[in-house]
Design a protein around this ligand. Structure first.
Ligand SMILES: *[C@@H]1O[C@H](CO)[C@@H](O)[C@H](O)[C@H]1NC(C)=O
Ligand SMILES: *[C@@H]1O[C@H](CO)[C@@H](O)[C@H](O)[C@H]1NC(C)=O
Ligand SMILES: *[C@@H]1O[C@H](CO)[C@@H](O)[C@H](O)[C@H]1NC(C)=O
Ligand SMILES: *[C@@H]1O[C@H](CO)[C@@H](O)[C@H](O)[C@H]1NC(C)=O
Ligand SMILES: *[C@@H]1O[C@H](CO)[C@@H](O)[C@H](O)[C@H]1NC(C)=O
Ligand SMILES: *[C@@H]1O[C@H](CO)[C@@H](O)[C@H](O)[C@H]1NC(C)=O
Ligand SMILES: *[C@@H]1O[C@H](CO)[C@@H](O)[C@H](O)[C@H]1NC(C)=O
Ligand SMILES: [Cu+2]
Length: 739
């Protein structure tokens, strides 16, 4: 049977059909082993591996399996060249040509160069890059995917069977009874006041004391497969409660937050991480698959419960493969004191980069050729699409619902939830005051243009001090680190009350912007100046008890010829079915999948972490379980001459390790944290591709104390116990870092 015929047939039926309980579809048997097509007579429709049957007779989804023709109903209708489809995502070969595409045609059978991965990488490898797509969709054994046995760190963990590596603990009798709490909560007991925050203010040390609100706020999040068209072009995505981005979770400082998460996806495990929440003594609620929990299997629910000990703006997102960047994320706002006054809360502005092809379908290219070119950026999940053809939907720009009234001050919360992009934010004609960086209130400072890296948040106050009119707010993509086709038209709109209410013709702020010499904007990927980020609550850093230094490199000379990130030669690996915390609880051992990237620290100590790399690419570094202190960041390597700021340095949970493609400079970042929170905490680069390719490590903080902090070991054990047989039956294995 011809590939195109099969995919056309399957597309016409629709890949989003509800999973069928019958074993047949269209009179054909539904594939159980991933094989499909003429020889087997099996259909992939409604199979757990995907609805499309590839040319090679295997089930899956995405361009490789469905063919680009299948993308028609999901956007990306493609022109042809000599009867072949022109590639829109850089994947060339078979029936897809690179001729006439925006990607350069460079087919190399070797593909052994390591770095530099700077701007606008080109897709290399013709059919070779396609053949790596078999990934997690097929029931092939790991050896079939590993081209060389010489690289043991690469062996995919076929952990359906869990035949090798760490022996998985099975003694889970310890949790036969769920804990019940009998203590009654007395509001504001022993605290200085009875107001909303029990008399605690911005000057109180939130690392030591939290308002005893006795409030519980409860949410339910349902994770589903969906189709969205945020800029008019529809494509497959993942949704939270049917929304993209997911719904806003709101609580107040001190509240207990309870979230019931249901995995209603049909064939992927998941977890939800609450970004920036310290999870003080609640490690099992951190939502990191492979570390603090096993993957939550389809059809299953689990309840996360934690205290909002920090306050400010943040987000929640899946911590499994690239799901967060397919749409499994949403905003989270914990009300608390602010470091400056405002009149009206005008809401949040979430910026993320967006492609018309699911990022999972781009991942293989990212492994072969590095950071990708995204199509556009979305503000609160919206933007217009300048390539819309006559008569096709063009999307719309996000318009701030609050109209500006002259003289009033408006609060906004900003978040960058991109997979790879760094932005500069501003509002035409206006300046603003920055009052918080991540969950840390800072001394207010004024600026016109704000750099925001992935995972970072800022709270800002804008005074309506310009002429009544209509103004653009903008997030300019900084192409120097990651390119976006529509990089300069990522805009929303602010109307003043009484303005014409039209599309603005306001003029952009100017700021130093490098160009690439041919009219393209490169810009600069950087953090806000560290000197601007002065925490209100002053803290000093003592000398380190332990210093962890890692030189970061990227290479594809590893037997699978795919790029992986290495920290001193090791690339991170975890196992969805054998979480570190699970193993600690049940056998007091640390699984060794990540080798020496599981770093033990004792409690009550200062740990300094030095990360440096010659690769000219910046990385937003995120740590779980703590706010960290940014002691130094700059171009070039760290050295004995590097000055460390120990006196109330910026404190936050994501900081940018500098690196600049255009000038070829690598950089360093030095952070510190105090070990006061027993648990297994991930530190990783927040570029989606990079963490999937192994740029991560885990801290095992106070191992002896961890078990007693876990109040509900049943939760940890049950999630693992449900996942394992499901994964085994489906033949699922981890083919990326696992986080
Ligand atoms: C996957 O392949 C293995 C080995 O061929 C087989 O034992 C197993 O049953 C297969 N799994 C499924 C779900 O077909
Ligand atoms: C592969 O590499 C070898 C050695 O560097 C070189 O001689 C050869 O031309 C390369 N082949 C291709 C197709 O690039
Ligand atoms: C438990 O840990 C011991 C070492 O402490 C190890 O020998 C044993 O294999 C482990 N068993 C399981 C099931 O994890
Ligand atoms: C299983 O765990 C419980 C509680 O930790 C322990 O008391 C028991 O001895 C363990 N059983 C085995 C066979 O290791
Ligand atoms: C963190 O948890 C520990 C142990 O329950 C507790 O003593 C401490 O007060 C908590 N910290 C905060 C800020 O609530
Ligand atoms: C399942 O996971 C794979 C790999 O991460 C991804 O490509 C695919 O889109 C996911 N499918 C669904 C339906 O969530
Ligand atoms: C911009 O629009 C305003 C009305 O909103 C108009 O008064 C002004 O002339 C326009 N400016 C330009 C440069 O078109
Ligand atoms: Cu990175």
């Amino acid at each position: 049977m011809r590939f195109s015929t099969i995919s056309a047939l399957l597309c016409a039926v629709g890949v989003l059909a509800a999973p069928s309980t019958s074993q047949e579809a269209n009179g054909l048997t539904i594939s159980e082993d991933g094989k499909c097509g003429g020889s087997t007579g099996q259909t992939c429709l409604n199979s757990y591996l995907g609805d499309c049957c590839s040319k090679a007779g295997t089930c899956g989804e995405g361009a490789f399996f469905c063919g680009l023709g299948c993308q028609k109903q999901f956007g990306g209708c493609l022109p042809t060249y000599k009867g072949k489809l022109v590639s829109q995502n850089g994947m060339c070969g078979h029936d897809i040509t690179c001729k006439g595409s925006k990607f350069v045609m460079t087919v190399s059978a070797n593909s052994t160069t390591s770095a530099p991965l700077t701007t606008a990488p080109v897709a290399t490898g013709g059919s070779a890059s396609l053949s790596t797509s078999s990934g997690k969709y097929t029931n092939t054994t790991s050896s079939a995917l590993t081209t060389s046995s010489a690289a043991p760190t690469w062996a995919f963990n076929n952990w359906g069977g869990i035949t090798s590596g760490h022996p998985v603990a099975t003694n889970t009798t310890a949790c036969s009874v769920k804990p019940t709490s009998t203590a009654t909560c007395v509001r504001c007991e022993g605290q200085p006041g009875t107001d909303k925050y029990c008399g605690l203010t911005i000057n109180d040390d939130s690392y030591a004391v939290v308002p005893k609100t006795c409030n519980q706020v409860e949410f339910s999040l349902d994770l589903t497969e969906c189709v969205v068209a945020p800029d008019g072009i529809s494509r497959k995505a993942l949704c939270v409660n049917g929304q993209f981005p997911g719904p806003l979770l709101e609580a107040s400082w001190g509240d207990e937050v309870i979230i019931h998460v249901t995995n209603s996806m049909t064939r992927n495990g998941t977890s939800i991480h609450w970004h920036g929440i310290r999870q003080n003594y609640t490690n099992e609620m951190d939502g990191v698959v492979g570390l603090t929990q096993c993957a939550l299997a389809p059809g299953q629910s689990m309840t996360y419960k934690w205290t909002a000990e920090s306050y400010g703006f943040s987000w929640y997102h899946s911590h499994l493969t690239l799901q967060a960047y397919e749409g499994l994320f949403g905003p989270m706002y914990i009300h608390g004191p602010k470091s400056a006054e405002y009149d009206v809360d005008a809401g949040h502005l979430i910026i993320n980069d967006w492609s018309h092809i699911p990022v999972d379908d781009m991942y293989n290219d990212a492994q072969v050729a590095g950071v990708r070119t995204m199509d556009t950026g979305l503000i609160n999940g919206m933007n217009i699409n300048p390539v819309a053809k006559e008569g096709t939907p063009a999307g719309q720009r996000y318009t701030v619902p609050t109209e500006f009234v002259p003289g009033k001050k408006y609060l906004f919360q900003l978040l960058n939830s991109a997979i790879q992009s760094t932005f500069k934010f501003y509002i035409d004609g206006h300046k603003f005051t920055v009052i918080a960086a991540d969950f840390v209130p800072i001394e207010p400072y004024e600026t016109t243009v704000l750099s925001i890296n992935i995972g970072q948040r800022y709270e800002i106050i804008v005074e309506a001090d310009q002429e009544v009119g209509d103004y653009f707010l903008r997030f300019d993509n900084q192409n120097a680190c990651a390119t976006t086709t529509n990089s300069d038209d990522i805009r929303g709109i602010i109307h003043y009350a009484g303005s014409p209410g039209v599309t603005p013709n306001s003029t952009a702020h100017t700021y130093p912007r490098k160009d690439n010499g041919v009219g393209g904007i490169l810009g600069t990927c950087e953090d806000e100046p560290l000197a601007s980020l002065v925490p209100i609550l002053k803290k000093t850093v003592s000398s380190p008890h332990q210093t962890v230094q890692h030189d970061v490199a990227v290479s594809n000379s590893n037997g699978i010829n795919l790029y992986r990130w290495y920290l001193d030669g090791t690339t991170f690996q975890s196992n969805w079915g054998d979480a570190t915390l699970y193993s600690i609880i049940n056998n007091d051992t640390i699984p060794t999948y990540s080798g020496d990237l599981a770093i033990s620290t004792s409690l009550g100590e200062w740990v300094y972490v030095i990360i440096e790399s010659p690769v000219p690419l910046g990385h937003p570094i995120h740590l779980h379980g703590h706010d960290f202190y940014v002691l130094a960041a700059g171009y070039g390597n760290y050295g004995s001459g590097t000055a460390l700021n120990l006196d109330n340095p910026p404190r936050r949970d994501v900081a940018f390790m500098p690196g600049d493609g255009p000038t070829g400079q690598g950089g360093h970042l030095v952070i510190a944290f105090f070990t006061d929170n027993p648990g297994v905490w991930l530190m990783h680069c927040h570029i989606g591709w990079h963490v999937a390719m192994g740029f991560a490590l885990q801290f095992i903080e106070g191992q002896e104390q961890i078990r007693e902090t876990v109040t509900d070991t049943c939760l940890v054990n049950d999630v693992c116990a449900t996942w394992r047989p499901w994964a085994q039956e489906k033949g699922i294995y981890v083919d990326d870092s696992g986080v």
